[in-house]
Design a protein. Structure first.
Lengths: 62, 135
């Protein structure tokens, strides 16, 4: 932190501290997305575009 | 019918084998050693020791999740491992330069761990019938 007349704030972090912050952010953000995604429901667009739709079961074809 | 998650039929000591989690555990453990022991790499300060500690913790959670057949512990291990690899890639990018191969490999491990976490969570939702299928 530096002060010169007006108070200005700056975060001085080492490379290692920044990397720790990034690692923690990856864990926290991923967990939050997982927790707050609606449960028991899959959006139609996700079902259409992100999930393979295999109508035929190889075991039932015979 | 929508596709469901497929589990490998392989077991060791009666426990489900997850090949990716196994190699992730070994690789993350090695990163823990790297952060704690090496002088040539970026492993010297207190922050690096923290990162190394998280690496050991992630490896331990992956092992314990397998040993105790606990999917929650295993999933947390995947997530913490992703954080460790993300931290390592950041450190290498900041510490070195943009042609650091180790940084890009760390990104690959991070993406793999996050993908495995997503697959495991998705599988749990199917397994416990928390997601409605085709209505």
């Amino acid at each position: 932190m530096t002060t010169s007349g007006d108070t200005t704030w700056s975060v001085e972090m080492s490379d290692a501290q920044w990397s720790l912050l990034v690692g923690a952010a990856i864990v926290i953000v991923t967990r939050l997305v997982d927790v707050f995604l609606p449960k028991g429901y899959m959006a139609r667009w996700a079902r259409t575009w992100l999930v393979k739709d295999d109508d035929t079961d190889p075991d039932e074809e015979e | 019918m929508m596709s469901r998650g497929v589990e490998l039929p392989w077991v060791i000591l009666g426990r489900r084998l997850r090949p990716f989690s196994f190699v992730l555990m070994i690789a993350t453990f090695i990163v823990g050693l790297e952060f704690h022991l090496t002088d040539t790499g970026p492993g010297s300060g207190l922050s690096e020791h923290f990162a190394g500690g998280f690496a050991f913790m992630a490896a331990a959670m992956l092992m314990l999740g397998w040993a105790y057949r606990n999917d929650d512990i295993h999933d947390w291990g995947l997530l913490v491992a992703a954080g460790v690899w993300g931290a390592r890639s950041t450190l290498f990018f900041l510490h070195g330069d943009w042609v650091d191969v180790g940084a890009y490999l760390s990104v690959c491990w991070m993406v793999g761990a996050l993908g495995a976490y997503g697959l495991e969570r998705y599988d749990h939702k199917w397994r416990y019938h928390l997601v409605r299928g085709d209505e």
